[in-house]
Design a protein around this ligand. Structure first.
Ligand SMILES: *Cc1c(COP(=O)(O)O)cnc(C)c1O
Length: 393
C-alpha cells in the first residue's frame, strides 16, 4: 500500500477531479502533460537553478538547541522562512510558472485569501514577464492591504470578488470562471495541494524539494536520513506535503499534522478540518471538509489567515483516515504563545501558521533521543500587527 497518489488521481478514497464539464479541457491538458514536462531534464535544470539562485535553496536544517533543551528532545527546524518572499509557497509558484511556459501559456490567474499565494504568484510572473491576474475577496483586500500593495508593485492586477462572503471561496469561483473563459492562453496557479487532480500531486511534487533536502541534511548531521517525527502545520496542506513527501511510505518515520483549532475545536470558531470535517467535494476534489448536515460549507476560523480553509488536501484526508499521520489541533492562544517562545529562545519570529506546529511540544512528550523535524513554513514579518495586538507590544 502507498500513501501517494494512484494513477487515477486518488489517495485512498480521496482526490479525483470533480469539475464542471467546461473545465474539462483545461484540466485534461494539464493532466496529460504535467509529468512529462516535469521529468524533462531542461525543466529540472531550470527549476533547480531558480530554487538555488532566486529562492535561496537549500534552506538550512537548523538544530534548535535552546528549544530542544526546553522540551528535552532533539528539534530541527527546516528553514522555509528564509526563502525569497518568506515562506514555502514560492517553491510551487516557480514550478508552475515554468510548467505554464512550456504549455505555451501567456497569462496567469490565481486566487488568494490572505494574499501570500497572490504575492508568490505575482513574484514569479514579474520574474518571467507574464501577465498576472489575482482574484481576491473584497473583504480580504481590505484586511490584507500590505499584500495587495506588494502584488500591485509586482505589476499584478488584483480583481475584487464581490459575491457571497467576499472571501477566499468567492475569489476561487471567479478564478474558475475566468479559466473557463480563457482555456487556451491561461494557466491557473493553485496555491496548495488542493483542487482537482492533477493539482494536489503536482503541487506536492514541487514542494517535495523540502523532504529531499531534509534527507540529505539529516544524513550529514545525524548519520541517518530518517527522523523519528516530522511535524508541519496544515492549511490546504502544501508545506506539510513537501515535508512528508519522501517519507510517506516509510512508516518508521512518524508524521504529525497540526491544524488550527481557532478558539477551540468545539467552539464553532475553528479550522480543524480533519477532526470536524466530513467527506464531501470542495474545489473539484473529494476530501474532508467542514460542512453542515445538509452539506453547506461552514466558514472556518483561525487567527492565522493561512490555516483558515474549510477543506484539506486529499493526501491529508487519507493520512487522517488511515491513521498514517497523527492529527493535532492547536488553539489561537497556544499558537501565539509558541510564536513568542520561539522568538525568545531562538531569535526566530515565525509565521502564525508555523507557530501552530511549534505548540505541539506542550501537548506531546518526545524521548530525549528522538529527532523531531518541524517545518518552519514561514516568517512572521507579515504577522507583526497580529502579534502586536495580541501581546500589546
Ligand atoms: C500559506 C501558508 C501555510 C498554509 O498553507 P499550506 O498549503 O497548508 O502549507 C502555512 N504556513 C505559511 C507560512 C503559509 O504562508
Amino acid at each position: 500500500m502507498s500513501y501517494n497518489v494512484n494513477e487515477k488521481g486518488y489517495y485512498g478514497e480521496f482526490g479525483g477531479a470533480y469539475i464542471p464539464e467546461m473545465l474539462y479541457p483545461n484540466i485534461e491538458e494539464l493532466r496529460q502533460n504535467y509529468l512529462k514536462i516535469m521529468s524533462d531534464a531542461s525543466f529540472q535544470d531550470e527549476f533547480h537553478q531558480l530554487l538555488k539562485d532566486y529562492v535561496g535553496r537549500p534552506s538550512p536544517l537548523y538544530f534548535a538547541k535552546r528549544l530542544s533543551d526546553k522540551y528535552n528532545t532533539k528539534i530541527y527546524l527546516k528553514r522555509e522562512d528564509l526563502n525569497h518572499t518568506g515562506a514555502h509557497k514560492i517553491n510551487n509558484t516557480i514550478g508552475q510558472i515554468l510548467l505554464a511556459k512550456r504549455l505555451g501559456k501567456t497569462r496567469i490567474i490565481a486566487e488568494t485569501g490572505a494574499g501570500q499565494h497572490g504575492v508568490a504568484t505575482a513574484t514569479v510572473c514579474a520574474l518571467m514577464g507574464i501577465e498576472c491576474v489575482v482574484y481576491m475577496g473584497e473583504v480580504d483586500i481590505a484586511r490584507q492591504a500590505p499584500n495587495v500593495a506588494r502584488m500591485k508593485m509586482l505589476d499584478a492586477k488584483v480583481v475584487p470578488a464581490t459575491s457571497g462572503s467576499k472571501t477566499l471561496k468567492d475569489a476561487t469561483n471567479e478564478a474558475m470562471r475566468d479559466w473557463i473563459n480563457n482555456p487556451v492562453d491561461t494557466h491557473y496557479i493553485v496555491g496548495s495541494v488542493v483542487g482537482p487532480h492533477p493539482y494536489p500531486d503536482m503541487v506536492a511534487r514541487f514542494q517535495a524539494i523540502v523532504s529531499e533536502e531534509i534527507k540529505a541534511q539529516l544524513l550529514e548531521k545525524e548519520g541517518t536520513e530518517d527522523p523519528d517525527y516530522l511535524v508541519a502545520c496544515v492549511g490546504g496542506g502544501s508545506n506539510a506535503a513537501g515535508t512528508y513527501y519522501h517519507y510517506l511510505d516509510n512508516e518508521d518515520v512518524k508524521i504529525i499534522a497540526v491544524e488550527a483549532a481557532g478558539k477551540g475545536v468545539d467552539s464553532g470558531k475553528s479550522a480543524a478540518t480533519s477532526l470536524l470535517g466530513h467527506e464531501g467535494i470542495i474545489h473539484g476534489s473529494k476530501t474532508l471538509l467542514m460542512q453542515t448536515n445538509d452539506g453547506q460549507i461552514t466558514e472556518p476560523y483561525s487567527i492565522s489567515a493561512g490555516l483558515d480553509y474549510p477543506g484539506v488536501g486529499p493526501m491529508h484526508a487519507n493520512l487522517y483516515k488511515t491513521g498514517r499521520a497523527e492529527f493535532m489541533a492547536i488553539t489561537d492562544d497556544d499558537a501565539m504563545t509558541s510564536g513568542l517562545e520561539l522568538s525568545q529562545l531562538e531569535g526566530i519570529i515565525p509565521a502564525i501558521e508555523t507557530s501552530h506546529a511549534l505548540a505541539i511540544f506542550n501537548y506531546k512528550t518526545f524521548k530525549p533521543s528522538d529527532i523531531v523535524v518541524v517545518n518552519l513554513s514561514g516568517r512572521g514579518d507579515k504577522d507583526l500587527q497580529n502579534y502586536i495586538d495580541y501581546f500589546k507590544l
